[in-house]
Design a protein around this ligand. Structure first.
Ligand SMILES: [Zn+2]
Length: 116
């Protein structure tokens, strides 16, 4: 009473059914002019990226500025009872600030590396 008709090996779908001409379906849709995308992760130091405005590779200029994380640390220091001067420490430490990457040629902000 055992039906073995459905136990055929799936060799038909092993990739041999596609004719060679269907390779174009695998290519994602691209813009005619595809510059390299800006990085998702920005390092805290200047890096080389493609500026979409200048349409060239540039070495970014980094600007440190206090961000949300800086204020959170400063607020945390206030809460735990540090003096007024201690609260300003995060604003003096570059590693606790956000890093803004700007194009040195057109001064466009290309990306931000945020603490939080
Ligand atoms: Zn630029």
């Amino acid at each position: 009473m055992v039906m073995q008709q459905q136990q055929q090996p799936g060799m038909i779908y092993g990739g041999q059914q596609m004719p060679p001409g269907t390779m174009m379906m695998m290519v994602p849709v691209q813009a005619p002019q595809g510059p390299p995308p800006l990085p998702v992760y920005w390092p805290p130091h200047p890096t080389t990226v493609h500026c979409p405005t200048c349409n060239t590779m540039v070495n970014t200029t980094t600007v440190k500025e206090p961000g949300l994380g800086t204020w959170m640390i400063a607020g945390g220091l206030c809460i735990v009872g540090c003096s007024f001067g201690c609260c300003l420490i995060p604003f003096c430490v570059d590693s606790l600030k956000d890093t803004m990457h700007m194009c040195p040629q057109c001064n466009r902000v290309l990306g931000m590396q945020k603490m939080v």
